[in-house]
Design a protein around this ligand. Structure first.
Ligand code: RNT
Ligand code: ZN
Length: 418
């Protein structure tokens, strides 16, 4: 019965959109090729599987202590698969180095090898999830306030070695999956208080990056992520936005735009067209900053909608990779994956349903009223019927029916974890 209603609503929506020159069947087809890179770290509050693991550091924080977080690699894998079963389409998994399969052994960050990710590569192949990767500079005795920008040669070399090894791991993943693995480089380096030699640390970071990127790989792509500040590192961030744009443009590296890493009134959407003129590709960390870089669960808010609209309007569908990056420990963590992923997909669906040809015709002929009117009307066109159809076609719960499913997994599995 519900399926028939979805079908009926879709037929009506199809006609409404056809009237403004939008082909909804084509949008459904495109959505099938829109792959999110799911961040593995929502499942366990960014803890990872190092035997020697300690507290979360590096200026990032998870808040909340909702029961049931994944305690080991098997639980994390089963949680990810559960979440994915409620998200239409096929998706990638974004791993951090601390999520290696270390088999109960102490493996320091400068000792990690592709072998530690062999079981992940096999798992990815088995369940149809391609992998992306991240070096991990935080939550380690040598993290301190400075890693790749540390004036202490010994510590800086340690992190350079770590990051080089991570690139080799990403290369191995890309080769194994027959599709480039995207490796993100984010370091927390900064300082709490006034810094009087800002240039010095940036020179060090630049030199570290030059060493790290010295090897050219073919099965992996590098992306570099800036931010404004971290907790306890409020006054100075070595890897600022300007720093990484300069580095990315001059070295042909992808830029990562984390939607929580800009000043609150800055539009991340507006960066897409500028950056794409100068860097090859973009990686997104779609998040939701609430008053600060709080990493709340992504929702279909105006900022996220604007961002996805810009990707489509720029014709940059194949140059922008969409990763998620949030960690909320205060609610059901599998539910958090599903909400954020489906929200990002809804934003993309709406972006693809925009009657761009007509809107651009209005714009070019100076018809401002008409452009604004149609943009407003688009908000209440039946995009949700297209979204529901996408869920139905992919055999995942339509609408709110995933809530009960997540509750069931909680009752049967995650609530039993101590
Ligand atoms: C931190 C950055 C970074 C991390 C992850 C865990 O502010 O956003 O991307 O969230 O690497
Ligand atoms: Zn991020």
């Amino acid at each position: 019965m519900k399926d028939q209603l979805v079908q009926k609503a879709y037929e009506i929506a199809k006609n409404r959109y056809a009237a403004i020159g939008v082909d909804t069947d084509q949008v459904l087809e495109m959505m099938q090729h829109f792959h999110l890179s799911l961040h593995c770290w929502q499942a366990d509050d960014v803890a990872g599987f190092e035997v020697q693991s300690g507290a979360l550091t590096g200026g990032i924080q998870t808040t909340g202590n909702y029961p049931g977080k994944a305690r080991n690699i098997d639980e994390l894998r089963s949680d990810i698969l559960k979440a994915v079963s409620y998200i239409p389409g096929t998706h990638r998994l974004n791993l951090h180095e601390i999520y290696g399969d270390f088999q109960g052994k102490v493996v320091d960050r400068d000792e990690v090898t592709p072998e530690h990710f062999k079981s992940w590569m096999d798992w990815g192949k088995e369940f149809g999830m391609k992998l992306d990767f991240n070096s991990t500079s935080f939550s380690h005795p040598k993290s301190g306030d400075l890693s790749l920008a540390n004036p202490d040669r010994y510590i800086r070399d340690f992190w350079i070695e770590h990051t080089k090894r991570c690139r080799a791991i990403a290369e191995a993943m890309g080769l194994a999956q027959g599709d480039p693995c995207i490796m993100n480089l984010w370091v927390h380096d900064g300082s709490k208080d006034l810094t009087v030699n800002r240039m010095k640390y940036r020179e060090l970071l630049k030199d570290s990056l030059d060493q790290i990127f010295a090897i050219d790989y073919v099965h992996m792509k590098d992306c570099i992520e800036s931010k404004v500040f971290g907790i306890g590192l409020e006054s100075y961030t070595v890897g600022s936005n300007d720093f990484y744009i300069g580095y990315g443009v001059s070295h042909g590296k992808m830029i990562t735009l984390d939607t929580g890493h800009f000043h609150p009134t800055e539009s991340v959407a507006d960066k897409v067209s500028s950056l794409l003129l100068f860097v090859p590709e973009l990686m997104l960390h779609v998040s939701r900053p609430v008053r600060w870089d709080s990493d709340h669960v992504t929702i279909m808010d105006d900022a996220t909608l604007d961002l996805f609209h810009e990707i489509v309007r720029c014709g940059a569908w194949d140059r922008v990779h969409c990763g998620l990056d949030y960690f909320d420990a205060s609610i059901n963590r599998i539910g958090a994956y599903v909400i954020g992923s489906r929200a990002a997909q809804k934003c993309m669906t709406r972006a693809l349903l925009e009657p761009l040809a007509i809107l651009r015709e209005y714009e070019e002929s100076g018809r401002g009223f008409e452009r604004l009117a149609l943009l407003e009307e688009c908000k209440s066109l039946p995009w949700n019927a297209v979204w529901d159809m996408f869920c139905l076609k992919n055999n995942v719960p339509v609408g709110e029916s995933f809530i009960a499913e997540v509750q069931k997994y909680e009752a049967e599995v995650t609530s039993k974890r101590s």
